[in-house]
Design a binder for this molecule. Structure first.
Ligand SMILES: C[S@@+](CC[C@H](N)C(=O)[O-])C[C@H]1O[C@@H](n2cnc3c(N)ncnc32)[C@H](O)[C@@H]1O
Length: 438
């Protein structure tokens, strides 16, 4: 028996204290197995796990061993658990299992694949991937921080998982030594598509990353069709919310504080905004235009909000932290610390989506919405926003899942068509909703 061989040094595993310890750890193992089976069953029932390979991996790898110090019950809840903070902001976490399952399905790993993960964190996702690619495949996982890599190595060892290459590295550079990869996956939010990922991905391979798209973060699976065009084209898009990349790929701030009332703008371009004028407009609300639409938080951020942000350069997320008495009503979302709405901003006013029934605010429920003009030019902007809302509803409420992207390196001369082009430092994103042209 293994525990006798590795038993208590003084007694060789025969004393009462050691036997009691062994008994307890067996109980913990049994309890963890039960909890894990429950978690997997819920992920399957919720449609997050869809393939036998991903299910097997979640059944095989004990998440609690990657979260030492966290009660095992919590380790098997469907929640992200922060493990490292800087200046009060979480910079590393064990991701939410349902999001991990969604991404592993998007990644479509096969036995024998070689995969690079940027954002090793606890090492749990690397362990799941190692289970899927098997002994003929290879998993390389990098993280920016040495302490996190050391932690991931310890967790993997405690789970008895060997053969994963871990390295402290800025993932914006990839890991050239073992390239090319069939899959490159980021488990950290990225503003751009870095040249190293293009270079280190095998032709026919897949890059999966949480990508910033005008204030939304989308988990985008992109296939590399051929080397000459370097075109990456999306095969799957989902909404997500990962901690942001630090280091070389950090990108610009996507949230700009307005300095009052917990207000900030969610944006990712460097556009100059006249914040004083915006605050002046907000002090001049007009009369609400009722609509027949009802929106949930998901509709707002991942449906209409994303759709508007893609079609209309003057649309922004206005975020409201806390329940500010002045601006709280601009929070279309149900209760929560961070709420907000979408606004259409013009030179002499703005228009915002607001809730027309402040009582109806259960999490996930759809609330009736109105459009409120602000400032002298708000009326015309409100008309435009009402019009957009009608077209989004008529198009069947398209959301992130319907969005299509093609990504080219900056400087590529490929002729492109699409609803919108976003230019980043290293990439050009061409966005489209093929079946629902706005
Ligand atoms: C959400 S956590 C990843 C969770 C991890 N996959 C797991 O299974 O526990 C994001 C990780 O990305 C790392 N990270 C941030 N910027 C990075 C960079 N430039 N290069 C590599 N890792 C980075 C963070 O340190 C953090 O550990």
């Amino acid at each position: 028996m293994l525990w006798l061989l590795s038993g208590h040094p003084a007694c060789g595993g025969r004393c009462l204290a050691w036997t009691a310890l062994e008994g307890r750890s067996r109980l913990v193992r049994v309890r963890a197995d039960e909890l894990r089976a429950g978690m997997v069953a819920r992920l399957v029932a919720g449609g997050r796990i869809r393939s036998p390979a991903v299910e097997r991996a979640f059944r095989a790898v004990p998440r609690h061993l990657f979260l030492p110090g966290i009660p095992i019950e919590r380790a098997y809840h469907d929640e992200a658990i922060a493990i490292k903070w800087q200046d009060g902001v979480a910079v590393s976490s064990a991701s939410q299992p349902s999001m991990m399952a969604i991404m592993l399905e998007q990644l479509a790993l096969r036995r024998g694949h070689s995969v690079l993960e940027v954002g090793a964190g606890t090492g749990y996702n690397a362990a799941l991937m190692a289970e899927i690619v098997g002994s003929t495949g290879r998993v390389v996982a990098v993280d920016l921080d040495e302490d996190l890599v050391a932690g991931a190595a310890a967790h993997l060892a405690s789970a008895g998982i060997h053969g994963i290459t871990l390295a402290t590295r800025d993932g914006a550079l990839g890991y050239r030594e073992l390239a090319p990869y069939d899959r490159i996956v980021l488990t950290v939010g990225s503003w751009d598509v870095q040249p190293a990922w293009w270079d280190q991905l095998a032709v026919g391979g897949r890059l999966l990353l949480p990508l910033s798209v005008r204030g939304s973060q989308l988990s985008v699976a992109l296939d590399l069709l051929d080397r000459p065009s370097r075109c990456l084209h999306s095969v799957s898009v989902r909404s997500c919310g990962f901690v942001r990349m630090r280091g070389l790929g950090a990108g610009p701030q996507t949230r700009r504080s307005l300095g009052v009332g917990g207000l900030s703008l969610g944006t990712e371009d460097d556009r100059e905004l006249d914040v004083d004028a915006l605050l002046r407009f907000l002090a001049q609300p007009g009369v609400d235009r009722p609509t027949r639409a009802r929106l949930s938080a998901g509709d707002l951020w991942d449906g209409l909000g994303l759709w508007l942000a893609v079609c209309e350069p003057d649309v922004f997320r206005l975020l409201v932290s806390g329940a500010d008495e002045h601006y709280g009503e601009l929070s279309l979302l149900p209760a929560g610390l961070d709420g907000g709405t979408m606004v259409l901003l013009g030179e002499d006013g703005l228009a915002a989506l607001v809730s027309s029934d402040r009582r109806d605010r259960k999490r996930g429920s759809r609330v009736p919405v109105a459009v409120r003009p602000y400032g002298p030019g708000g009326g015309e902007l409100a008309d435009r926003l009402v019009n957009y809302l009608g077209r989004w509803l008529a198009a069947g409420r398209p959301s992130a899942a319907e969005l299509r992207l093609r990504v080219y390196p900056t400087g590529s001369s490929a002729a492109v068509s699409g609803v919108r082009e976003l230019r980043k430092e290293h990439s050009r994103l061409i966005l489209d909703w093929p079946e629902t042209v706005p």
